[in-house]
Design a protein around this ligand. Structure first.
Ligand code: C5P
Length: 301
């Protein structure tokens, strides 16, 4: 048996996030177009006496190390299915912002699942792994598959999308996080008394991805959670404005925020936008990353 297995898992940005009304179960139907981008967490699992989670990285202090961590829940879920104990040390090398709207927690869930599967040699099928991912959270299946995909239902039912090129992004991290349930609650509050339509995927957006056309993608991006994120975190408006002023083709909140995402025409333009955002003093850190990139991948070590 391998002594340990490491899996690398990317962050995501939502290029479209269309949100329907709250369902009876409290979730919202979505048309959620995910793009995996090259910011990564690495999840390493090693046989141990019991289940234990550790984390390193600049934001490690904000990561829960108990059984609420999706990586711990993933190990438990897979072990439960295969009638074994989840006796692993899960170590997360964290580079994806915490509570940032880039699916960092989901990435760790998908990463731990794939790593434990490889460590234990369960022989689980891809569909079985995707089913466990969907039980862990709405964004977890996408962290496993990566690339570009449309998520429907609560975001967990995926259809792969074609991409005709690489898209260059700049991400501005905020100095505090936002809770996803709180942002959805704010979406509900802001929409009270209005008739919220069912979510529909944008055809121009899907075509722009397929063509690899950044201008067309910029014209089509949208995030229905953005007003709710801005309502809870008004300072983000200044970050979005700074990125637009620096020449970003599009500026939007990533998922439930508070990370903001800026689309650039090419790598050089992304570097220029990143420099301007750093100088603007409107965010904590700035990173560039491009996508699509593959989903959770076992590293050969
Ligand atoms: O599925 P996940 O655990 O990531 O969802 C976190 C929270 O985000 C849910 O408890 C819910 O409040 C909200 N959510 C939602 N509709 C979705 C996905 C998430 O309301 N489609």
């Amino acid at each position: 048996m391998n002594a340990s297995v490491t899996v690398r898992v990317p962050a995501k940005v939502n290029v479209q996030l269309a949100v329907g009304p709250a369902r009876p179960d409290g979730f919202h139907d979505l048309a959620n177009v995910f793009l995996a981008v090259g910011l990564y967490d690495e999840v390493t699992v090693t046989p141990a006496d019991g289940l234990r989670v550790t984390c390193e990285g600049p934001d490690a202090g904000q990561v829960p190390l108990d059984r609420t961590n999706l990586a711990a829940r993933a190990a438990e879920a897979l072990a439960g299915r295969y009638g074994r104990s989840p006796d692993v040390h899960v170590h997360i090398a964290k580079d994806i912002p915490v509570a940032g709207g880039m699916a960092g927690g989901s990435a760790d869930g998908a990463g731990a699942l794939l790593a434990c599967d490889a460590l234990w040699g369960t022989g689980a099928s891809r569909d079985e792994l995707l089913e466990i991912c969907a039980e862990l959270g709405s964004d977890v299946p996408f962290s496993l598959v990566g690339g570009a995909a449309l998520g429907t239902g609560r975001g967990e039912r995926l259809t792969a999308l074609e991409t005709g090129g690489t898209f260059h992004w700049v991400f501005a991290m905020a100095d505090r996080g936002l809770s996803t349930p709180a942002v959805f609650r704010e979406f509900d509050r802001l929409g009270e008394g209005t008739d919220i339509p069912g979510p529909v995927a944008s055809r121009p957006l899907i075509d722009a991805l397929a063509k690899g056309d950044p201008d067309a993608l910029a014209a089509a991006v949208s995030n229905d959670l953005q007003p709710a994120a801005l309502s809870l975190f008004p300072e983000l408006a200044a970050t979005l404005a700074a990125g637009r002023a620096a020449g970003a083709l599009a500026a939007l909140v990533s998922g439930s925020g508070p990370t903001t995402a800026f689309l650039a025409r090419d790598a050089a333009a992304a570097a220029a936008v990143a420099g301007a955002l750093r100088a603007s003093g409107t965010c904590r850190t700035v990173r560039t990353a491009s996508g699509p990139v593959p989903g959770a991948t076992v590293l050969d070590r």
